[in-house]
Design a protein around this ligand. Sequence first.
Ligand SMILES: NC(=O)c1ccc[n+]([C@@H]2O[C@H](COP(=O)([O-])OP(=O)(O)OC[C@H]3O[C@@H](n4cnc5c(N)ncnc54)[C@H](OP(=O)(O)O)[C@@H]3O)[C@@H](O)[C@H]2O)c1
Length: 257
Amino acid sequence: MDLGLTEKRAVVAASSAGLGLACAAELAREGAEVVLNGRDERRLEAAAERLRDETGGSVRHVAADLGTGAGRAALLAACPDPDILVTNNGGPPPRDFRDLDDAAIRAGLEANMVAPLALIRAVLPGMADRGFGRIVNITSVSVLLPLAGLDLSSGARAGLTAFLAGVARQYAGRNVTVNNLLPGKIATGRLEAVVAAQAGDGDAAAERARQEAAIPAGRFGTPAEFAHACAMLCAARAGYLTGQNILVDGGLYPSAF
Ligand SMILES: NC(=O)c1ccc[n+]([C@@H]2O[C@H](COP(=O)([O-])OP(=O)(O)OC[C@H]3O[C@@H](n4cnc5c(N)ncnc54)[C@H](OP(=O)(O)O)[C@@H]3O)[C@@H](O)[C@H]2O)c1
């Protein structure tokens, strides 16, 4: 299916690795012009070069920390009028909520709620004026399913989700969609680190196998599977799909609706 993304301009936040990189790669394969982002210039440059080689498309990169206003401004300066914005960021390390002081809680809210909102606020009016926009927020199954040690992640992303529920409706008539993509357990560097932390002094491979067995699909997802859902949400023909939370979790979250 042609997703109609040829020459669409896409900004993918936090995309030098993991889910963000996979989404950027899928959009580039579909013909979009992509801007990658991360803090590590060398890792970012290598990722951009790989994507250019693989897709032959336009792939630029901006090394910038999304945790700062200056970093977010630098990212958008490279592409002030994107057609597609995928918001993403690093997630807080797993920690018992009693160990989170006020500063840690504020940093978590900044990373996973304030930063995506700031990017969205900057690009949404232009998308509406041009009559096309696709915003996809990478959130988490933890918005729906409490996960031990990830309370800060759950809270910040739930705040983002609730905030944007109204915004999505406000712009639905302008062919601008705002959707959230909820990864369950997708095999990235971060997930491996989380699993290793959860294993503690035990065997990380055994912990991984235990967690995979608890997923109806029987395995962790791949970043490419996640990215496929992202590209579908960005499709030109997906203009009537907005304000939704789409799980990509192999059936992990057990619900009828
Ligand atoms: N993987 C999963 O199964 C899963 C499940 C639920 C939720 N999530 C959430 O999805 C998001 C992505 O996860 P992932 O697994 O793809 O993580 P990852 O493999 O660790 O990749 C994170 C990416 O974000 C970049 N990044 C981190 N902090 C940044 C900052 N302040 N400014 C700019 N870029 C930044 C990293 O590059 P640099 O470090 O070089 O900056 C890297 O490119 C996280 O918020 C995670 O909590 C993931």
